[in-house]
Design a protein around this ligand. Structure first.
Ligand code: ASP
Ligand code: MG
Length: 413
């Protein structure tokens, strides 16, 4: 029998009515002849509440920093939200006449690394599941969780049930992995910023990966990486309608390749520049080494020659990491030998993404002309094969997204 993985996010299982609504969708696929593995998140808000309990229970100094408390107990606590919804979903399906049972990560088992709170899936042994499928029993799997080699419960990082779903789709050889959520697909850009944003029928893994890591928070980035590796077809669709959503698939399955498929925008970015750094081997390492060691997540990096023997180094990071970056770089000043450190904390990153860019010229030109026409000053530019990103003043972010959406004809494409 063909198999299908159906994943329901937190808003899709937020209460019993919604669980019933989701179960109706599962029943429809079961009736259509699929063996279904349902992967569920915790009810919306539940994981945040549990994380709050962890913090409160370890409320002495530093408790707001992950790593302060015992991450194994953090995982034991925050994984419990999914246990509840998996049981409720199985019960609801049974009520509808669909034979089903729940599986916790450890029962399957889903073997993961021991990096508690950000564990990676190493292996899914489907022997038990296969046997139950043969007996006619559909599976409801608690997302977001697994078990380490030492036998402790692990979790996969926030948003991790997407990754659970993709990993099961790969392990079970499912025809598709449907990700049910509260939006009806992947859009050309954030519809709250641009009213003309359009739902895409298809998007390639690579484009989705760029958009996911650029802040279009539909899917956990890691789940897209895994889907790309294992060639799992993903369908992002709404729990609250019957519309087909957006298929995330291999590039080969997209006939008409968009030059630009989507525009991503992210506020709360900061730009940091070190002036007149000594231009010598090892200097980049002396800057970015300590930043990495102190957990500053650096995004764009630009280096250019200033005067003979000196170079300017610019990088961007999230605004909330700027203070940390500042103190790290002040501490390393003697070694780096810069003359001045300049901060620009109020910047936004706007990116255009499209696989068609590889074979089209003039894409950057269209982007820069559109921004220029609106008087938007570009502070930093970076490019990859399928992406052009710029840093601009935060207050122009919406305007930039709207002009670019129009410049690339995305409403009508
Ligand atoms: N419940 C977890 C979270 O909120 C995992 C998920 O929903 O994907 O992060
Ligand atoms: Mg999610």
């Amino acid at each position: 029998m063909p198999r299908l993985v159906m994943k329901f996010g937190g808003t899709s299982v937020a209460d019993l009515d919604r669980i019933r609504n989701a179960a109706t969708k599962v029943k429809r696929e079961v009736d259509a002849g699929y063996e279904v593995a349902v992967v569920v998140s915790a009810m919306s808000g539940e994981t945040n509440k549990l994380v709050g309990h962890v913090r409160d229970a370890s409320a002495s100094e530093g408790a707001n920093h992950p790593g302060f408390y015992d991450a194994r107990e953090y995982d034991a606590i925050v994984s419990s939200g999914e246990q509840v919804t998996s049981g409720l979903m199985a019960l609801t399906l049974q009520e509808m006449g669909v034979p089903a049972r729940s599986w916790q990560g450890w029962q399957v088992p889903v073997l993961t690394s021991d990096a508690h709170s950000t564990a990676r899936i190493l292996d899914i042994d489907t022997t038990n599941l296969d046997q139950k499928f043969d007996e006619g029993l559909h599976a409801v799997i608690a997302g977001f969780q697994g078990i380490s080699e030492e036998g402790r419960i692990t979790t996969l990082g926030r948003g991790g049930s997407d990754t659970t779903a993709v990993a099961f789709a790969a392990a079970l050889g499912a025809e598709r992995c449907d990700i049910y959520t509260d939006v009806d697909g992947v859009y050309t850009t954030d519809p709250r910023i641009e009213k003309g944003a359009r739902k895409l029928d298809r998007i390639s893994f690579e484009e989705m990966l760029e958009l996911a890591s650029l802040g279009a928070k539909v899917l956990q980035t890691r789940s897209v990486e895994l889907a790309m590796q294992r060639k799992v077809k993903l369908m992002v669709r709404s729990s609250f309608s019957d519309d087909p959503g957006t298929l995330v698939c291999d590039e080969e399955e997209i006939v008409e390749k968009n030059v630009v498929s989507g525009i991503a925008a992210e506020k709360e970015q900061a730009k940091v520049t070190l002036l007149k750094v000594a231009d010598k081997p090892g200097v980049a390492a002396s800057i970015f080494g300590p930043l990495a060691d102190n957990g500053v997540n650096v995004d764009m990096i630009i280096q250019n020659i200033s005067e003979e023997g000196h170079t300017d180094m610019t990088f961007s990071c999230a605004s909330d990491q700027v203070e940390r970056a500042k103190s790290v770089l002040e501490g390393a000043r003697d070694e780096i030998e810069y003359t001045e450190m300049i901060f620009d904390p109020g910047v936004a990153k706007v990116s255009i993404v499209g696989i068609g860019m590889r074979s089209h010229s003039g894409v950057a030109k269209t982007m820069f002309s559109a921004l220029a026409a609106d008087g938007v000053n570009i502070k930093v530019i970076t490019t990859s094969e399928i992406k052009v990103s710029v840093l601009i003043d935060c207050k122009y972010m919406e305007l930039a997204v709207q002009s670019l959406h129009a410049a690339f004809g995305l409403e009508t494409a």
